[in-house]
Design a protein around this ligand. Structure first.
Ligand code: GDP
Length: 426
Protein backbone atom coordinates (compact mmCIF):
# COMPACT_ATOMS: atom_id res chain seq x y z
CA UNK A 1 0.00 0.00 0.00
CA UNK A 2 1.35 3.41 -0.93
CA UNK A 3 0.56 6.53 1.10
CA UNK A 4 1.79 10.07 0.47
CA UNK A 5 2.38 12.85 2.97
CA UNK A 6 2.24 16.22 1.21
CA UNK A 7 1.58 19.87 2.02
CA UNK A 8 -1.47 21.96 1.10
CA UNK A 9 0.15 25.32 1.76
CA UNK A 10 3.50 27.02 1.17
CA UNK A 11 5.57 24.39 2.96
CA UNK A 12 6.51 24.13 6.66
CA UNK A 13 3.13 22.59 7.43
CA UNK A 14 4.74 20.02 9.75
CA UNK A 15 5.04 17.20 7.19
CA UNK A 16 8.24 16.01 8.86
CA UNK A 17 6.47 15.27 12.10
CA UNK A 18 3.59 13.46 10.37
CA UNK A 19 5.99 11.42 8.19
CA UNK A 20 8.10 10.56 11.22
CA UNK A 21 4.95 9.42 13.02
CA UNK A 22 3.62 7.38 10.09
CA UNK A 23 7.09 5.98 9.54
CA UNK A 24 6.47 3.75 12.51
CA UNK A 25 3.97 1.76 10.45
CA UNK A 26 5.87 1.94 7.13
CA UNK A 27 8.44 -0.36 5.56
CA UNK A 28 9.84 2.11 3.04
CA UNK A 29 9.95 5.92 2.95
CA UNK A 30 10.67 7.69 -0.33
CA UNK A 31 11.71 11.24 -1.17
CA UNK A 32 10.42 11.89 -4.69
CA UNK A 33 11.15 15.57 -5.50
CA UNK A 34 13.12 18.62 -4.42
CA UNK A 35 16.48 18.55 -2.76
CA UNK A 36 18.18 20.03 0.25
CA UNK A 37 16.45 23.39 -0.23
CA UNK A 38 13.84 22.88 2.47
CA UNK A 39 13.94 21.02 5.71
CA UNK A 40 11.89 19.02 8.10
CA UNK A 41 12.25 19.45 11.81
CA UNK A 42 11.90 16.21 13.72
CA UNK A 43 11.97 15.68 17.45
CA UNK A 44 12.36 12.12 18.75
CA UNK A 45 14.21 10.01 21.32
CA UNK A 46 17.58 10.77 19.71
CA UNK A 47 17.14 14.55 19.87
CA UNK A 48 16.09 17.34 17.53
CA UNK A 49 17.05 17.09 13.86
CA UNK A 50 16.71 19.29 10.80
CA UNK A 51 16.70 16.90 7.84
CA UNK A 52 17.02 18.30 4.35
CA UNK A 53 17.70 15.43 2.02
CA UNK A 54 17.23 12.27 4.05
CA UNK A 55 13.69 10.92 4.30
CA UNK A 56 12.17 11.32 7.77
CA UNK A 57 12.19 7.53 8.23
CA UNK A 58 15.93 7.29 8.85
CA UNK A 59 15.45 7.08 12.60
CA UNK A 60 13.67 3.74 12.54
CA UNK A 61 15.62 0.51 12.40
CA UNK A 62 12.91 -1.21 10.37
CA UNK A 63 12.53 1.20 7.42
CA UNK A 64 14.37 1.54 4.15
CA UNK A 65 14.88 5.16 3.06
CA UNK A 66 14.88 5.87 -0.66
CA UNK A 67 16.14 8.89 -2.56
CA UNK A 68 13.98 8.62 -5.66
CA UNK A 69 14.82 9.52 -9.24
CA UNK A 70 12.89 12.83 -8.95
CA UNK A 71 15.18 14.25 -6.29
CA UNK A 72 17.96 16.81 -6.80
CA UNK A 73 20.75 14.74 -5.27
CA UNK A 74 23.48 16.71 -3.54
CA UNK A 75 25.87 13.84 -2.83
CA UNK A 76 28.25 15.44 -0.27
CA UNK A 77 25.21 16.87 1.53
CA UNK A 78 23.59 13.44 1.73
CA UNK A 79 26.83 12.03 3.06
CA UNK A 80 27.13 14.72 5.72
CA UNK A 81 23.53 14.20 6.82
CA UNK A 82 24.06 10.45 7.23
CA UNK A 83 27.24 11.04 9.23
CA UNK A 84 25.55 13.62 11.45
CA UNK A 85 22.67 11.42 12.51
CA UNK A 86 24.96 8.44 13.09
CA UNK A 87 27.18 10.69 15.26
CA UNK A 88 24.15 11.51 17.40
CA UNK A 89 23.55 7.83 18.12
CA UNK A 90 21.02 6.88 15.42
CA UNK A 91 21.76 3.36 14.08
CA UNK A 92 23.23 3.32 10.53
CA UNK A 93 20.12 3.70 8.36
CA UNK A 94 19.34 1.59 5.30
CA UNK A 95 19.45 4.02 2.38
CA UNK A 96 18.98 3.40 -1.33
CA UNK A 97 19.67 6.00 -4.01
CA UNK A 98 18.06 5.75 -7.44
CA UNK A 99 20.47 5.06 -10.28
CA UNK A 100 18.29 7.47 -12.28
CA UNK A 101 18.47 10.36 -9.80
CA UNK A 102 20.37 13.32 -11.14
CA UNK A 103 23.25 14.98 -9.36
CA UNK A 104 23.18 18.47 -8.00
CA UNK A 105 26.55 19.83 -9.07
CA UNK A 106 28.69 22.42 -7.25
CA UNK A 107 28.16 24.79 -10.19
CA UNK A 108 24.38 24.63 -9.74
CA UNK A 109 24.82 26.24 -6.34
CA UNK A 110 27.17 28.86 -7.83
CA UNK A 111 24.76 29.66 -10.67
CA UNK A 112 21.96 30.09 -8.14
CA UNK A 113 24.06 32.60 -6.18
CA UNK A 114 25.28 34.43 -9.27
CA UNK A 115 21.77 34.74 -10.67
CA UNK A 116 20.43 36.12 -7.39
CA UNK A 117 23.30 38.65 -7.38
CA UNK A 118 22.55 39.61 -10.96
CA UNK A 119 18.83 40.06 -10.28
CA UNK A 120 19.45 42.06 -7.13
CA UNK A 121 16.15 43.26 -5.66
CA UNK A 122 14.16 41.41 -8.35
CA UNK A 123 15.32 37.99 -7.16
CA UNK A 124 13.02 35.02 -6.64
CA UNK A 125 14.01 34.53 -3.02
CA UNK A 126 15.92 31.37 -3.83
CA UNK A 127 17.46 29.37 -0.98
CA UNK A 128 20.58 29.24 -3.19
CA UNK A 129 20.78 25.47 -2.97
CA UNK A 130 21.11 25.16 -6.74
CA UNK A 131 17.63 23.71 -7.26
CA UNK A 132 16.47 25.89 -10.17
CA UNK A 133 19.74 25.51 -12.18
CA UNK A 134 19.65 21.77 -11.41
CA UNK A 135 16.14 21.19 -12.79
CA UNK A 136 16.84 23.52 -15.75
CA UNK A 137 19.80 21.32 -16.68
CA UNK A 138 17.83 18.12 -16.14
CA UNK A 139 15.16 19.17 -18.62
CA UNK A 140 17.70 20.74 -20.97
CA UNK A 141 19.25 17.25 -20.98
CA UNK A 142 22.64 18.37 -19.74
CA UNK A 143 22.35 16.94 -16.24
CA UNK A 144 24.41 14.11 -14.79
CA UNK A 145 22.51 10.96 -13.89
CA UNK A 146 23.88 8.82 -11.04
CA UNK A 147 24.29 5.86 -13.42
CA UNK A 148 26.65 7.95 -15.57
CA UNK A 149 29.16 8.16 -12.70
CA UNK A 150 30.05 4.55 -13.45
CA UNK A 151 30.88 5.12 -17.12
CA UNK A 152 34.38 6.63 -17.31
CA UNK A 153 34.46 7.36 -21.04
CA UNK A 154 31.08 9.08 -20.99
CA UNK A 155 31.98 11.09 -17.92
CA UNK A 156 35.20 12.41 -19.44
CA UNK A 157 33.56 13.49 -22.65
CA UNK A 158 30.60 15.01 -20.88
CA UNK A 159 32.56 17.08 -18.33
CA UNK A 160 34.44 18.76 -21.19
CA UNK A 161 31.21 19.42 -23.09
CA UNK A 162 29.38 20.80 -20.05
CA UNK A 163 32.27 23.03 -19.00
CA UNK A 164 32.40 24.58 -22.48
CA UNK A 165 28.75 25.52 -22.22
CA UNK A 166 28.80 26.69 -18.60
CA UNK A 167 31.98 28.72 -19.06
CA UNK A 168 30.41 30.93 -21.71
CA UNK A 169 27.77 31.97 -19.21
CA UNK A 170 30.22 32.26 -16.34
CA UNK A 171 32.54 34.46 -18.35
CA UNK A 172 30.14 36.68 -20.24
CA UNK A 173 26.99 36.86 -18.13
CA UNK A 174 28.29 36.61 -14.58
CA UNK A 175 31.97 37.62 -14.98
CA UNK A 176 33.02 34.85 -12.62
CA UNK A 177 35.84 32.24 -12.61
CA UNK A 178 35.44 29.46 -15.18
CA UNK A 179 35.11 25.73 -14.51
CA UNK A 180 38.03 23.38 -15.05
CA UNK A 181 36.96 20.06 -16.64
CA UNK A 182 39.73 18.14 -14.87
CA UNK A 183 38.65 19.42 -11.48
CA UNK A 184 35.03 18.67 -12.27
CA UNK A 185 35.91 15.12 -13.31
CA UNK A 186 37.82 14.62 -10.03
CA UNK A 187 34.77 15.86 -8.10
CA UNK A 188 32.54 13.42 -9.96
CA UNK A 189 34.91 10.57 -9.13
CA UNK A 190 34.67 11.53 -5.45
CA UNK A 191 30.89 11.58 -5.75
CA UNK A 192 30.94 8.13 -7.36
CA UNK A 193 32.88 6.67 -4.45
CA UNK A 194 30.60 8.31 -1.88
CA UNK A 195 27.33 7.19 -3.43
CA UNK A 196 28.33 3.77 -4.84
CA UNK A 197 27.27 1.69 -1.80
CA UNK A 198 23.71 3.06 -1.97
CA UNK A 199 22.93 3.00 -5.69
CA UNK A 200 20.33 0.65 -7.14
CA UNK A 201 17.30 0.50 -9.42
CA UNK A 202 14.89 1.87 -6.81
CA UNK A 203 11.88 1.71 -9.16
CA UNK A 204 12.42 -2.07 -9.51
CA UNK A 205 12.91 -2.32 -5.74
CA UNK A 206 9.60 -0.50 -5.15
CA UNK A 207 7.76 -2.57 -7.73
CA UNK A 208 8.82 -5.70 -5.89
CA UNK A 209 7.89 -4.14 -2.53
CA UNK A 210 4.40 -3.28 -3.80
CA UNK A 211 4.08 -6.84 -5.05
CA UNK A 212 4.99 -8.15 -1.60
CA UNK A 213 2.38 -5.92 0.06
CA UNK A 214 4.87 -3.64 1.82
CA UNK A 215 3.76 -0.27 3.22
CA UNK A 216 5.38 2.60 1.36
CA UNK A 217 5.31 6.26 2.35
CA UNK A 218 6.03 9.01 -0.16
CA UNK A 219 7.35 12.11 1.55
CA UNK A 220 6.68 15.44 -0.14
CA UNK A 221 8.67 18.60 0.33
CA UNK A 222 7.16 22.13 0.37
CA UNK A 223 3.45 22.49 -0.47
CA UNK A 224 0.91 22.71 -3.28
CA UNK A 225 1.21 26.50 -3.54
CA UNK A 226 4.91 26.14 -4.43
CA UNK A 227 4.20 23.74 -7.29
CA UNK A 228 5.57 25.05 -10.62
CA UNK A 229 2.23 24.42 -12.42
CA UNK A 230 -0.40 25.04 -9.78
CA UNK A 231 1.41 27.30 -7.32
CA UNK A 232 2.13 31.02 -7.22
CA UNK A 233 4.34 31.01 -10.32
CA UNK A 234 7.06 32.31 -10.63
CA UNK A 235 7.60 32.33 -6.85
CA UNK A 236 7.52 28.55 -6.81
CA UNK A 237 10.01 25.74 -6.52
CA UNK A 238 11.38 23.93 -9.56
CA UNK A 239 9.96 20.43 -9.08
CA UNK A 240 6.36 19.39 -8.60
CA UNK A 241 5.28 19.28 -4.98
CA UNK A 242 2.10 17.32 -5.73
CA UNK A 243 1.31 13.77 -4.66
CA UNK A 244 0.70 12.87 -8.32
CA UNK A 245 4.37 13.54 -9.01
CA UNK A 246 5.18 10.96 -6.35
CA UNK A 247 4.42 8.31 -8.95
CA UNK A 248 7.00 9.76 -11.33
CA UNK A 249 9.62 10.82 -8.79
CA UNK A 250 9.57 7.38 -7.15
CA UNK A 251 8.88 5.32 -10.29
CA UNK A 252 5.64 3.61 -9.29
CA UNK A 253 2.25 3.28 -11.01
CA UNK A 254 -0.02 6.29 -10.17
CA UNK A 255 -2.93 4.05 -9.18
CA UNK A 256 -0.90 2.55 -6.36
CA UNK A 257 -1.10 5.76 -4.30
CA UNK A 258 -4.17 4.97 -2.19
CA UNK A 259 -3.99 7.53 0.56
CA UNK A 260 -2.93 11.18 0.23
CA UNK A 261 -2.46 12.61 3.69
CA UNK A 262 -2.40 16.33 3.17
CA UNK A 263 -0.87 18.42 5.90
CA UNK A 264 -2.61 21.73 6.58
CA UNK A 265 -1.39 24.31 9.03
CA UNK A 266 -3.89 25.90 11.47
CA UNK A 267 -2.51 29.33 10.49
CA UNK A 268 -0.35 30.42 7.56
CA UNK A 269 3.38 30.89 7.15
CA UNK A 270 5.64 31.25 4.14
CA UNK A 271 9.35 31.67 3.48
CA UNK A 272 10.59 33.80 0.62
CA UNK A 273 8.79 36.19 -1.70
CA UNK A 274 5.42 35.68 -3.38
CA UNK A 275 1.73 36.46 -3.06
CA UNK A 276 0.34 35.79 0.40
CA UNK A 277 -3.20 37.13 0.77
CA UNK A 278 -3.82 36.55 4.48
CA UNK A 279 -0.41 37.85 5.55
CA UNK A 280 -0.24 39.83 8.78
CA UNK A 281 2.39 42.31 9.90
CA UNK A 282 3.79 44.18 12.89
CA UNK A 283 3.24 43.10 16.47
CA UNK A 284 0.35 40.79 15.50
CA UNK A 285 2.69 38.84 13.19
CA UNK A 286 5.64 38.97 15.61
CA UNK A 287 3.58 37.40 18.36
CA UNK A 288 2.33 34.54 16.14
CA UNK A 289 5.90 34.02 14.83
CA UNK A 290 7.32 33.90 18.36
CA UNK A 291 4.70 31.41 19.50
CA UNK A 292 4.58 29.40 16.26
CA UNK A 293 5.99 25.98 15.41
CA UNK A 294 8.44 24.69 17.94
CA UNK A 295 10.25 27.71 19.38
CA UNK A 296 9.29 30.20 16.68
CA UNK A 297 8.69 30.26 12.93
CA UNK A 298 12.12 30.42 11.33
CA UNK A 299 13.15 28.52 8.17
CA UNK A 300 14.70 25.08 8.85
CA UNK A 301 17.24 25.54 6.04
CA UNK A 302 17.85 29.28 5.97
CA UNK A 303 16.95 30.44 9.50
CA UNK A 304 15.00 33.26 7.85
CA UNK A 305 11.98 34.53 9.83
CA UNK A 306 8.84 33.14 8.19
CA UNK A 307 6.12 35.46 6.96
CA UNK A 308 2.98 34.94 9.02
CA UNK A 309 -0.75 35.04 8.31
CA UNK A 310 -4.15 33.75 9.35
CA UNK A 311 -5.57 30.49 8.06
CA UNK A 312 -6.45 30.87 4.38
CA UNK A 313 -9.40 28.63 3.50
CA UNK A 314 -9.31 29.58 -0.20
CA UNK A 315 -5.65 28.65 -0.64
CA UNK A 316 -5.84 25.57 1.60
CA UNK A 317 -8.95 24.14 -0.09
CA UNK A 318 -7.27 24.60 -3.46
CA UNK A 319 -4.06 23.05 -2.09
CA UNK A 320 -6.00 20.01 -0.86
CA UNK A 321 -7.78 19.69 -4.20
CA UNK A 322 -4.58 19.85 -6.24
CA UNK A 323 -2.97 17.29 -3.94
CA UNK A 324 -5.98 15.03 -4.30
CA UNK A 325 -6.25 14.89 -0.49
CA UNK A 326 -8.00 11.83 0.91
CA UNK A 327 -7.50 13.01 4.50
CA UNK A 328 -6.08 16.03 6.28
CA UNK A 329 -3.67 16.34 9.19
CA UNK A 330 -4.22 19.75 10.82
CA UNK A 331 -1.05 20.91 12.58
CA UNK A 332 0.13 23.48 15.12
CA UNK A 333 -3.35 24.04 16.49
CA UNK A 334 -1.89 24.45 20.00
CA UNK A 335 -0.14 27.66 18.90
CA UNK A 336 -3.46 29.54 18.55
CA UNK A 337 -4.47 29.08 22.22
CA UNK A 338 -3.54 32.66 23.15
CA UNK A 339 -6.06 34.39 20.90
CA UNK A 340 -9.37 35.92 21.98
CA UNK A 341 -10.69 35.74 18.42
CA UNK A 342 -9.18 33.99 15.40
CA UNK A 343 -9.61 35.48 11.93
CA UNK A 344 -9.98 32.98 9.07
CA UNK A 345 -9.72 34.07 5.44
CA UNK A 346 -12.83 32.66 3.75
CA UNK A 347 -12.78 34.59 0.47
CA UNK A 348 -10.71 36.85 -1.77
CA UNK A 349 -11.99 40.19 -2.94
CA UNK A 350 -10.64 40.87 -6.43
CA UNK A 351 -11.73 44.01 -8.29
CA UNK A 352 -14.73 44.39 -5.96
CA UNK A 353 -15.91 40.78 -6.38
CA UNK A 354 -15.59 38.10 -3.73
CA UNK A 355 -14.41 34.69 -4.86
CA UNK A 356 -13.71 31.39 -3.11
CA UNK A 357 -11.59 30.09 -6.01
CA UNK A 358 -7.80 30.39 -5.91
CA UNK A 359 -6.79 32.43 -8.98
CA UNK A 360 -3.62 32.68 -11.09
CA UNK A 361 -0.85 34.92 -9.85
CA UNK A 362 -1.74 38.25 -11.49
CA UNK A 363 -5.26 38.17 -10.00
CA UNK A 364 -3.91 36.87 -6.72
CA UNK A 365 -1.74 39.97 -6.45
CA UNK A 366 -4.92 42.06 -6.37
CA UNK A 367 -6.77 39.88 -3.86
CA UNK A 368 -7.76 41.24 -0.48
CA UNK A 369 -8.69 38.82 2.30
CA UNK A 370 -12.29 38.49 3.46
CA UNK A 371 -12.21 37.40 7.09
CA UNK A 372 -14.61 35.61 9.33
CA UNK A 373 -13.78 35.68 13.05
CA UNK A 374 -14.08 32.58 15.19
CA UNK A 375 -13.98 32.64 18.99
CA UNK A 376 -10.69 31.50 20.53
CA UNK A 377 -10.37 28.91 23.32
CA UNK A 378 -7.87 30.77 25.47
CA UNK A 379 -6.06 27.80 26.94
CA UNK A 380 -3.21 25.39 26.33
CA UNK A 381 -4.36 22.25 24.51
CA UNK A 382 -1.01 20.44 24.61
CA UNK A 383 -1.21 17.10 26.34
CA UNK A 384 -4.84 16.49 25.34
CA UNK A 385 -5.17 13.07 23.71
CA UNK A 386 -8.76 12.76 22.56
CA UNK A 387 -10.81 15.01 20.34
CA UNK A 388 -13.72 15.20 22.79
CA UNK A 389 -11.45 16.67 25.47
CA UNK A 390 -10.58 19.69 23.32
CA UNK A 391 -12.37 22.91 24.32
CA UNK A 392 -15.60 23.46 22.43
CA UNK A 393 -14.34 26.55 20.58
CA UNK A 394 -11.27 24.62 19.51
CA UNK A 395 -13.42 21.84 18.06
CA UNK A 396 -15.55 24.48 16.34
CA UNK A 397 -12.40 25.88 14.73
CA UNK A 398 -11.37 22.41 13.50
CA UNK A 399 -14.85 21.64 12.17
CA UNK A 400 -15.10 25.05 10.48
CA UNK A 401 -11.83 24.37 8.66
CA UNK A 402 -12.94 20.84 7.77
CA UNK A 403 -16.10 22.19 6.17
CA UNK A 404 -14.11 24.78 4.20
CA UNK A 405 -11.60 22.17 3.02
CA UNK A 406 -14.21 19.58 2.18
CA UNK A 407 -11.83 16.82 3.26
CA UNK A 408 -12.01 14.88 6.55
CA UNK A 409 -9.54 16.02 9.19
CA UNK A 410 -8.40 12.70 10.62
CA UNK A 411 -5.49 13.99 12.68
CA UNK A 412 -5.04 17.09 14.80
CA UNK A 413 -1.50 17.87 15.89
CA UNK A 414 -1.24 19.72 19.21
CA UNK A 415 2.50 19.83 19.76
CA UNK A 416 5.79 19.15 17.94
CA UNK A 417 6.44 15.73 19.49
CA UNK A 418 5.76 12.42 17.75
CA UNK A 419 3.05 11.43 20.26
CA UNK A 420 1.28 14.79 20.24
CA UNK A 421 -1.46 13.82 17.86
CA UNK A 422 -5.21 13.46 18.24
CA UNK A 423 -6.85 10.93 15.91
CA UNK A 424 -10.40 11.53 14.78
CA UNK A 425 -12.78 8.99 13.37
CA UNK A 426 -14.58 10.80 10.57
P1 GDP B 1 7.78 20.59 7.23
O1 GDP B 1 8.82 21.05 6.28
O2 GDP B 1 6.42 20.56 6.64
O3 GDP B 1 8.14 19.32 7.90
O4 GDP B 1 7.70 21.68 8.39
P2 GDP B 1 8.85 22.19 9.36
O5 GDP B 1 9.44 21.06 10.09
O6 GDP B 1 9.78 23.11 8.66
O7 GDP B 1 8.01 23.13 10.34
C1 GDP B 1 7.13 22.67 11.25
C2 GDP B 1 7.57 23.14 12.62
O8 GDP B 1 6.48 23.02 13.49
C3 GDP B 1 8.66 22.29 13.23
O9 GDP B 1 9.47 23.10 14.08
C4 GDP B 1 7.89 21.25 14.03
O10 GDP B 1 8.63 20.73 15.14
C5 GDP B 1 6.74 22.07 14.52
N1 GDP B 1 5.48 21.37 14.68
C6 GDP B 1 4.92 20.39 13.91
N2 GDP B 1 3.68 20.10 14.36
C7 GDP B 1 3.46 20.91 15.42
C8 GDP B 1 2.35 21.11 16.30
O11 GDP B 1 1.31 20.49 16.19
N3 GDP B 1 2.50 22.06 17.27
C9 GDP B 1 3.62 22.81 17.43
N4 GDP B 1 3.66 23.71 18.39
N5 GDP B 1 4.67 22.66 16.61
C10 GDP B 1 4.59 21.72 15.62
Amino acid sequence: MVRAVVGANWGDEGKGKITDMLGQSSDIIVRFQGGSNAGHTIINNYGKFALHLLPSGVFYGHTTSIIGNGVALNIPYLFREIQEIVKKGVPEPKILVSNRAQILMPYHILFDQYEEERLGGKSFGSTKSGIAPFYSDKYAKIGFQVSELFDDALLEEKTVRICEQKNVILKYLYHKPELDPKELLATLHEYRDMVAPYVCDTAAFLQEAIHEGKTILLEGQLGALKDPDFGIYPMVTSSSTLAAYGAIGAGIPPYEIKDIITVVKAYSSAVGAGEFVSEIFGEEADELRRRGGDGGEFGATTGRPRRMGWFDAVASRYGCRMQGATEVALTVLDVLGYLEEIPVCVGYEIDGKVTKEFPTTAALAKAKPVYEKLPGWKCDIRGIQTYEELPENCRRYVEFIEKELNVPITMVSNGPGREEIIRRNV
